[in-house]
Design a protein around this ligand. Structure first.
Ligand code: 13P
Ligand code: SF4
Length: 303
């Protein structure tokens, strides 16, 4: 049953003709009332196709920016403007331009966990769900991959292209150590270890399956296994447990907690809908360039 606060958010959403998009890492009570929950790819596609006037983006800043890039005629609200992504902050547009100069003519593939400016100076974007398809869609023999060295390393294992990796990473996923996984595997024989490609390669090495967050829902639903050790941010457990009542989900480490993803509260969402603030905007010059990189990604066939 919804609380009074959740109900008042629901009626404000109706009043504003707004849609509430929530990333799979959001707090449980936020996911509970979201119109759509999803991974970065799914949410960016929803943002591009929604007929709502207002998008309330419950996630981090780069995600709301992507929504603003794809839907310039809509108002994009990010209830907590201070919800950032440390990995996205690990590369600036200036640094990317310098890196490009060191590898002239090499196309840049940029993970969506990046600023609008960095996207604007990239050739194509990718998410964890489509990174390999995006890389393989390019005719070039070499690519620059930014900002996530772990996702880049993982994808490079399945590609014969030469990767020039930017040295960025997700501090949350990086906190998961291989020793923690080995110990949990020993204590839970029969449990499958599923992890996100943002994890360190030494952790990915131990995985039975590697995928985006939405990929985890699909995999765990279809798998005959009864127990899973989960190597991604804790917020994923809410829907995994809801959708699979007979199965056990064990978080691979208590350190898998992204403080930025946990900032947005129901009170923040209500305040954003009441005041129609804070709005995320991207300058038109950057938006047009960044949109090309996002559009090229969206045009890559899924299967
Ligand atoms: P997805 O790849 O499932 O979108 O999430 C990864 C992430 O860390 C988003 O910040
Ligand atoms: Fe950024 Fe990692 Fe948090 Fe995702 S989980 S927002 S990549 S710090």
């Amino acid at each position: 049953m919804q609380t009074e606060l959740q109900q008042s958010i629901k009626s404000l959403l109706k009043k504003r003709n707004a849609v509430l998009l929530a990333h799979n890492y959001m707090r449980d009570e936020v996911q509970e009332i979201a119109d759509i929950t999803g991974d970065s790819l799914g949410l960016s596609q929803e943002a591009a196709s929604t007929s709502a006037d207002v998008i309330v983006f419950c996630g981090v800043h780069f995600m709301a920016e992507s929504a603003a890039i794809l839907s310039p005629d809509k108002t994009v609200l990010l209830p907590r403007l201070d919800a950032g992504c440390p990995m996205a902050d690990m590369i600036s547009a200036e640094e990317l331009l310098k890196f490009r100069k060191q590898h002239p003519g090499v196309p840049v593939v940029t993970y969506v966990n990046s600023s609008a400016e960095v996207k604007a100076y990239s050739d194509i974007c990718c998410t964890s769900a489509n990174a390999l398809k995006v890389v393989n869609s390019l005719p070039d023999k070499e690519i620059i991959f930014t900002p996530d060295r772990n996702l880049g390393t993982y994808v490079s294992r399945f590609s014969d292209k030469k990767f020039h990796l930017w040295d960025g990473f997700c501090p949350t996923h990086e906190r998961l150590k291989p020793e923690a996984v080995t110990a949990l595997k020993a204590a839970n024989p029969g449990a499958l270890f599923i992890c996100h490609p943002e994890c360190n390669p030494a952790v990915v090495e131990l995985a039975d399956h590697v995928c985006s967050t939405t990929g985890m829902y699909d995999y765990c639903r279809k798998s005959p296994a009864k127990a899973f050790i989960i190597g991604t941010e804790a917020g994923i457990l809410y829907r995994l447990r809801l959708e699979n009542p007979g199965k056990e989900f064990i978080l691979a480490s208590p350190a898998l907690f992204c403080p930025n993803m946990k900032l947005t509260s129901l009170e923040d969402i209500k305040a954003a809908l009441e005041t129609m603030q804070p709005v995320v905007r991207v300058s038109e010059e950057i938006r047009i360039r960044a949109k090309q990189a996002l559009d090229r990604m969206i045009a890559v066939p899924r299967d």
